[in-house]
Design a protein around this ligand. Structure first.
Ligand SMILES: NC(=O)c1ccc[n+]([C@@H]2O[C@H](COP(=O)([O-])OP(=O)(O)OC[C@H]3O[C@@H](n4cnc5c(N)ncnc54)[C@H](O)[C@@H]3O)[C@@H](O)[C@H]2O)c1
Length: 395
């Protein structure tokens, strides 16, 4: 299909619609309104809208006190809180951030099309659903795209832009330009499970859980190795407790199924049982750690050799995942590294880290693991093998 290059960019005087006023939707509304757009924030629930307004007022007042924005009231005045989807009729773009359910999203997108103008872009903030299947619910599927923010949206710099097979070049360019104008770091990702970050980061949780299950180390020791020796901001168990074991387990299970049960993404019984027990983490007061008042945090075994073994094992799996994402053209090497540093605060891009360690050493460590276990989960990416054979680096 021939593409036109005379696309109209979304300007500050165009209205941004946000559907769903939960944690992501209200964050996205805050960003757009701070960036001078008038925003229509819609949710089914009056209660949620009230909460979103109260929480945005509090956040914006704090930002004004810290002199990060000139006036909280001015930003708030730009947001219309509404229960009516029909209020989206004048929007240049609508970003959907409702419940993560394909059928519901498809119904909502199909209905949105009857309300918005012909040129309005329809974006989804989905973390795990295929953009192609959401777009398939629309007559003008070429206007649909994935725009994936990270939590908390106003603070996390990264946004993944995910065109579906149906998405037009114009929708892609206009959407990316808009989010760039909002001073976010955008990366372009293929419409595949987990996009970049939620795919490449799987071993951070999965391999940590596996190390625990094998009895090699406890939660505190694994967290210590990853933060102290690896420079990660949070250890995997602290992070899973922060995200919520219910949420994190569901993402893992979804990604596992979406990859046709590739063993690399196999979920863990430890996490499943924690989730079933209601040990979600911070929000429930107990996860891998106990967050009750006065509860003591367990001490790590700070054995350097053990710590290094833990770090290396998880890091090689992360690097292998990043290399495989590049091998399969999920994104460019620059975007893969940016995604992990700006979306989940990794201390270094994984491909740059691989260069630093040496690709031969990365391959050797993975092969040792693969030979010892005989499990497909440890298979090195063909691109890693090829690069070691041919010599060279990623950067
Ligand atoms: N929470 C995260 O860390 C995170 C990060 C990135 C992306 N996401 C994605 O963003 C989306 C929203 O996640 P969230 O965490 O903000 O959820 P949330 O539960 O906090 O908010 C969802 C909101 O959508 C509203 N809603 C549900 N159906 C609706 C409908 N048909 N019309 C209007 N409003 C409706 C609900 O009332 C609720 O307020 C999901 O697709 C999720 O996968 C979440």
């Amino acid at each position: 299909m021939e593409e036109t290059n005379n696309q109209q960019l979304i300007t500050k005087n165009q209205i941004v619609g946000v559907l769903g006023a939960g944690s992501m939707g209200s964050g996205i509304a805050q960003i757009a309104a701070t960036q001078q757009h008038n925003v229509v924030l819609v949710d089914l629930s009056t209660e949620v809208l009230k909460k979103a307004k109260a929480s945005l007022t509090k956040i914006l007042n704090r930002l004004e006190e810290k002199e990060r924005i000139p006036s909280a009231q001015e930003v708030l005045n730009r947001i219309t809180f509404s229960e009516k989807v029909t209020d989206f009729n004048n929007c240049g773009i609508v970003i959907e951030a409702i419940i993560e359910n394909l059928e519901v999203k498809q119904k909502v997108f199909s209905n949105l099309e009857t309300i918005v103008s012909d040129t309005c872009i329809l974006a989804s903030n989905t973390s795990s659903l295929s953009i192609a299947s959401i777009a398939s619910a629309c007559k003008k599927a070429e206007r649909v795209i994935g725009i994936h923010f990270f939590n908390p949206a106003p603070l996390m710099p990264l946004v993944e832009i995910i065109p579906a097979v149906q998405t037009s070049e114009e929708t892609k360019t206009v959407s990316r330009q808009l989010i760039d104008d909002w001073k976010k770091v955008t990366v372009l990702a293929k419409d595949t499970p987990g996009f970049i970050v939620n795919r490449v980061a799987r071993p951070f949780y999965g391999e940590a859980l596996r190390i625990y299950e094998e009895g090699i180390a406890d939660f505190a020791t694994i967290d210590w190795a990853m933060t102290e020796l690896g420079g990660f901001r949070m250890g995997p168990f602290t992070l899973m407790d922060y995200i919520g074991n219910d949420v994190n387990y569901t993402v893992t299970e979804t990604v596992f199924a979406a990859f046709y049960y590739d063993q690399r993404y196999k979920p863990s019984f430890t996490q499943k049982r924690h989730s079933e027990a209601g040990w979600y983490g911070r929000k429930s007061g107990r996860g891998y750690y106990n967050y009750a008042e006065g509860a003591e945090m367990p001490a790590a075994n700070k054995d350097e050799a053990l710590g290094k073994q833990i770090l290396d094992r998880i890091l090689m799996m992360l690097i292998n995942e990043a290399i495989d994402a590049l091998f399969l053209n999920i994104a460019t090497k620059e975007d893969i590294d940016l995604a992990m540093t700006k979306g989940v605060n990794y201390p270094k891009g994984l491909l740059a880290w691989a260069d630093e360690i040496g690709l031969e050493s990365v391959l050797n460590q993975l092969e040792t693991q693969f030979n010892e276990y005989g499990e497909d989960r440890y298979r090195p990416s063909p691109l890693l093998r090829r690069m070691v054979k041919e010599g060279g680096k990623f950067f």
